[in-house]
Design a protein around this ligand. Structure first.
Ligand SMILES: Cc1cc2nc3c(=O)[nH]c(=O)nc-3n(C[C@H](O)[C@H](O)[C@H](O)COP(=O)(O)OP(=O)(O)OC[C@H]3O[C@@H](n4cnc5c(N)ncnc54)[C@H](O)[C@@H]3O)c2cc1C
Length: 387
C-alpha cells in the first residue's frame, strides 16, 4: 500500500487549503451565528469541481477519487466543519446514490445540476422513530390507481433548505422491513413535500437541517432509483461512502483545533512566560498531534481502498469511529489550552468544540460503528451479531 500523495494530489491539497482559507473560513463564524448556510460558498466549491467530485466529467463531475475527496473535505473542515459536512452529505449520500442507482435518463437529469453548486442533494432516510434501525422506517409507498403515493416524515435531513434533489427512502410493505425499501429521487417543490423550520442544533449551525414531510406525494414514474425494493443496498453503499468523507472532516476539524491550540500556546502568557513553556500544555498539544496523525493514516487508508475498488466499509467505519473520538478529544484538549477564552464564542475553538460532537452521531453513531467493527472480528469465530 502506497499512501504517498501523487503530484496531482499534492496540488489538489494545496488548492483546497487556499480555497478553504480564502473562501470558506472568513464567513464561517457569521454563518454559524446566523444559523444559515451561504449558497455562494457551494458555488465557489463547484467552480473547483468539488461539488461533483466523484462522478465523471461526461456528467458534469470532475472524476476525482475518494482520496482526492478526503483531501478536499479535510481542508474545508479545517476552515468550517459545517461546510465540509454539507459537502460530504451532498456528494457521498445524495448525489452518488443517484449516480450509482439511477438510469441514464436520471443521471442526465440530475448529475450536472448537482455538480453546479446551485442545487444541493439531501438524503432523507432517518425518521422520528427510525434512526440506527433504518430497516424500521415507516414512510410508505402505496398504489393508488396507476400511481405510487408517498407518505411519511423524515427527520434530520441535512441540506434540506438548499436541496434541489431529495433522495428519499420508503417501504411498500412494512412487514418486510429492509427488503421492501425503495429509493426515490424527488425534486424540491414536488406537491406534498414540505420543509419544517431549521432544527435548532448544538453545533453545525450552518448546515441546513430540517424535518421534511411527504403528504400524499404523487411519485413521478421517473423518480424510482432502480425497482421497488432495491433501496437497501443503496443505503449501505451510501453509508460506506459518507463515512470516509466524515472521517476526513473529523481529521480536518481536529487538525484545525491543534493549530489553534499551538498558536494560542505561543501567544498567551502566564507566570511571566508563554503557556507553551508549561509541560502540561505541551502534553495536550503533543497527544493531540499524535492522534491527528494516527487518524490521517486511517482516513487515507479507507479512501485508498475505495479508490482501489476493494471492500472499504470496515475501514470506513473504523476511520469514522476513530475520527469522531479524536475530533472530540482533541477539540476538548485544545479548548483547555485556551483556558476561559476557549469557552467564549469569540474564539473559533468554541465552534469547533460544538461542531465535532456531531461526528459521534451522524452517518451511524459511535455504537453502530463499533458494531460494524466487532461484527467483522467475530464472524470468523462463528459469532454472527445483529445490531
Ligand atoms: C448533525 C446531524 C445530521 C444528520 N443528517 C442526516 C441526514 O442528512 N439524513 C438522514 O437520514 N439522517 C441524518 N441524521 C440522522 C442520523 O443518521 C441519526 O441521528 C443516527 O443514525 C442515530 O439515529 P437516532 O438519532 O434516531 O438515534 P437512536 O437510533 O435512537 O439511538 C439512540 C442511542 O441508542 C444507541 N443504539 C441504538 N441502537 C443500538 C444498537 N443496536 N446497539 C447499540 N446501541 C444502539 C445509539 O448508538 C444511540 O446512542 C443526522 C444526524 C445529525 C446529528
Amino acid at each position: 500500500m502506497d499512501l504517498s500523495l501523487s503530484r496531482n494530489q499534492l496540488e489538489l491539497q494545496g488548492r483546497a487549503r487556499d480555497v478553504a482559507l480564502r473562501e470558506v473560513a472568513p464567513g464561517a463564524a457569521g454563518r454559524d451565528r446566523a444559523e444559515s448556510p451561504d449558497r455562494g460558498v457551494y458555488i465557489c466549491l463547484a467552480e473547483q469541481g468539488w461539488m461533483g467530485a466523484l462522478w465523471p466529467t461526461t456528467l458534469g463531475g470532475s472524476g476525482l477519487g475518494y482520496l482526492d475527496l478526503a483531501l478536499i473535505v479535510e481542508q474545508i473542515a479545517n476552515a468550517c466543519v459545517s461546510t465540509a459536512i454539507s459537502l460530504a452529505i451532498h456528494t457521498c449520500l445524495a448525489s452518488m446514490s443517484v449516480y450509482e442507482a439511477g438510469d441514464d435518463a436520471q443521471r442526465q437529469r440530475w448529475m450536472r445540476l448537482l455538480a453546479s453548486g446551485g442545487a444541493l442533494g439531501a438524503f432523507a432516510l432517518t425518521e422520528p422513530n427510525a434512526g440506527s434501525d433504518p430497516g424500521g422506517l415507516t414512510a410508505t409507498l402505496s398504489h393508488r390507481d396507476d400511481r405510487l403515493i408517498l407518505n411519511g416524515v423524515k427527520s434530520w435531513v441535512s441540506n434540506a433548505g438548499l436541496a434541489e434533489a431529495f433522495v428519499v427512502f420508503a417501504s411498500h410493505d412494512l412487514t418486510q422491513r429492509h427488503r421492501a425499501i425503495t429509493a426515490l429521487v424527488l425534486e424540491a417543490g414536488t406537491p406534498g413535500l414540505t420543509l419544517g423550520p431549521r432544527e435548532p442544533t448544538l453545533g453545525l449551525r450552518s448546515v441546513d437541517i430540517r424535518t421534511v414531510s411527504f403528504d400524499n406525494v404523487i411519485v413521478p414514474p421517473d423518480a424510482l432509483l432502480g425497482k421497488l425494493g432495491d433501496g437497501w443496498p443503496i443505503i449501505l453503499r451510501a453509508f460506506d461512502r459518507v463515512r470516509v468523507a466524515l472521517a476526513a472532516a473529523a481529521l480536518g476539524a481536529a487538525a484545525g483545533a491543534v493549530a489553534l491550540g499551538a498558536e494560542y500556546a505561543g501567544s498567551r502568557r502566564q507566570f511571566g512566560a508563554q503557556i507553551g513553556y508549561k509541560q502540561a500544555v505541551q502534553t495536550h498539544l503533543a497527544e493531540s498531534q499524535m492522534d491527528v496523525e494516527a487518524l490521517r493514516g486511517l482516513v487515507y487508508r479507507a479512501a485508498w481502498l475505495a479508490d482501489q475498488g476493494q471492500p472499504f466499509g470496515l475501514a470506513a467505519a473504523q476511520a469514522k469511529a476513530f475520527g469522531a473520538r479524536v475530533a472530540n478529544e482533541v477539540s476538548d484538549r485544545m479548548l483547555q489550552v485556551h483556558g476561559g477564552a476557549g469557552f467564549s464564542e469569540s474564539q473559533p475553538i468554541a465552534r469547533i468544540y460544538r461542531d465535532v460532537r456531531a461526528f459521534r452521531l451522524l452517518g451511524g453513531t459511535d455504537e453502530i460503528q463499533r458494531y460494524v467493527v466487532a461484527r467483522a472480528m467475530l464472524e470468523p469465530h462463528g459469532v454472527r451479531i445483529q445490531p
